[in-house]
Design a protein around this ligand. Sequence first.
Ligand code: ADP
Length: 201
Amino acid sequence: MIRLLLLAPPGGGKGTQGRVLAEEHGVPHISTGELLRDHVTRSTPLGRRVRPYLERGDLIPDHLVLRLVQERLGTPGVLEGFVLDGFPRTLDQALAAYAWATEHNLTFSAVVHLTVPEAELVRRLLDRGRATGRSDDTADTIRHRLAQYRASTDPLLDFYRERQILVDVDGDGPIPEVAARIRTALEARGLAPANKRAGPG
Ligand code: ADP
């Protein structure tokens, strides 16, 4: 089964395409942002701790995210296959993910990297903020999240490029078109959904 990581700037479409991919491949979609927002909504101890970070648009500390992700990946069946959206986001998280994968004797199938021009990202996030009231989709926080993405997440691209699992995909365009581009890019690497593969396996 497929084990995918999704890397994209805020507004890049990780959540949307993550859901599509998870559905196509029949694996769970795990979004760290959603998990965190859920903790905030339920006002759990973790939720109370991370809320100020989320509202400022800051990354939450690595050890908290790691605990959250490991908990989720540790639930039965999930290790087999998943689409992980929003993790890793820093080089330290990537190193931890790598150590964790090695420990469990598994590898990541690919890292899908969606690229979208900055003006389009800002437009999408402002739209989403207006539509959903998501508290980190305001002009100042958006600018901060984008700057942070460049600083923290860009170094990951080289890390995965060196490991030859980075798949760059143009994320600008209608949702089905971007989904089709991702599908084509993954198929080119032998990563078609199981029911579409020729022959067994
Ligand atoms: P976006 O990519 O649009 O910012 P997400 O839903 O992926 O949206 O993440 C929302 C927020 O959750 C981030 O701004 C950050 O505060 C926090 N977050 C999510 N994933 C991580 C992570 N891996 N490490 C640190 N913080 C994270």
